[in-house]
Design a protein around this ligand. Structure first.
Ligand code: NDP
Length: 330
């Protein structure tokens, strides 16, 4: 790693769209006790917003966007890590209130780092990233709520990052994932990942005043929110479990209490940023057990650092399939 490195950088809230700089130094980054030579990062939906200066994602200026990173420790004032250790980081406000992963170098707190699981290369860890980790947290919730193995589990926004990995994980964990997608052309891809059926998004976008519909689904992972989540709630089976983890379709929730008080539907929020370390390590262990590396490769595209704005545009338009890894050295 050289003293001067490349990275996306945003100087202040008045000009919140990051630019690619080739002259960054450690002094341009927030404080931290570990310096990481970043190998890969990724573009999640939230990074798409940050790259466009939307959603007030970056909250401490100047900064580097990117909520995920994987690489090698080059300097450490912490006893937990030493130079040469491979690490992965997602969340804890990195890429939001602390400089993030879309640069060749990062300086972060040791408490935020997870040792890279042996099963994964840095590239594979970023193919998972916050999106895959959130899919895993959702599956853990479904298991904790006691949903029976072999049950149908609906996944909305199935063609996206969280959705694609959720389908693959559910299939490996013994559930029957049913993909909900707005892109009919993705059906072969979603079935290859393990979906037993693919349902058009329109089945969940109708607005009807009826407070309940036919009770169908024992469990669901929702990455979309808004009308789609409201319709899901109406059609969950008795005591069905819905993990709400996203808002790709909107942050509102036009529902009534009927699914909860007449069918005992359980709506569970999934939050990835501030999960305690034990939960993170559990999630990464299960990811290593459940996600075959070749399955990850099917989901993933790798692009160089300069292409981040184009990926950001595409993810905000709902056009990205699966996951995009950023090779920050390319
Ligand atoms: P992606 O853009 O990769 O996937 C979202 C998918 O949602 C799209 O691919 C599309 O799938 C579907 N979609 C897009 N727009 C709409 C729309 N207007 N109406 C209905 N469906 C739509 O994003 P990610 O998978 O990275 O993230 C998904 C969501 O999860 C985001 O809102 C993100 O902010 C959130 N998230 C939350 C986390 C947490 O901590 N709770 C962590 C990570 C992500 P298709 O074309 O197949 O229908």
């Amino acid at each position: 790693m050289t003293d001067i490195f490349r990275g996306w950088y945003v100087t202040d809230a008045e000009a919140p769209v990051p630019t690619l700089r080739t002259d960054l130094t450690l002094d341009d980054l927030h404080e931290g006790d570990v310096v990481v030579d970043v190998a890969c990062s990724t573009v999640n939906y939230k990074d798409g917003l940050a790259m466009k200066g939307l959603g007030r994602i970056i909250r401490s200026f100047p900064s580097v966007p990117g909520i995920d990173l994987a690489g090698t420790v080059v300097d450490s004032a912490s006893e937990r890590f030493e130079p040469g250790d491979q690490v992965v980081l997602n969340g804890f406000g990195v890429g939001e209130s602390h400089s993030g992963g879309l640069a060749e170098c990062a300086r972060v707190k040791a408490d935020w780092l997870v040792p890279l699981p042996e099963a994964f290369t840095p590239l594979e860890a970023m193919a998972i990233g916050t999106a895959g980790y959130t899919a895993m947290l959702s599956l853990l919730q479904i298991e904790r709520e006691g949903v029976a193995g072999g049950a149908d589990v609906l996944v909305t926004g199935a063609g996206g990052g969280v959705g694609s990995i959720a389908i693959a994980l559910l299939a490996e964990a013994g559930f029957r994932p049913i993909a909900v997608s707005g892109r009919a052309e993705l059906e072969p891809y979603l079935r290859e990942l393990g979906a037993v059926d693919v349902v058009p998004r329109e089945t969940l976008t109708e607005t009807s005043k009826a407070p309940l519909g036919k009770a169908q689904w024992p469990a669901a992972i929702d990455t979309v929110g808004s009308t789609v989540l409201a319709n899901l709630l109406k059609t969950m089976a008795y005591e069905g479990v819905v993990c709400a983890c996203g808002l790709a379709g909107g942050a509102d929730l036009p529902t009534t209490v009927m699914p909860f008080i007449l069918r005992g539907v359980r709506l569970i929020g999934v939050e990835s940023v501030y999960q305690p370390m034990a939960q993170r390590e559990l999630a990464w262990r299960r990811l290593a057990e459940l996600l075959p590396n070749e399955r990850l490769a099917e989901i993933t595209r790798v692009v160089p650092l300069g292409e981040v704005p184009a990926i950001a545009d595409a993810i905000l338009k709902g056009q990205v399939r699966g996951r995009t890894v950023i090779d920050v050295k390319a």
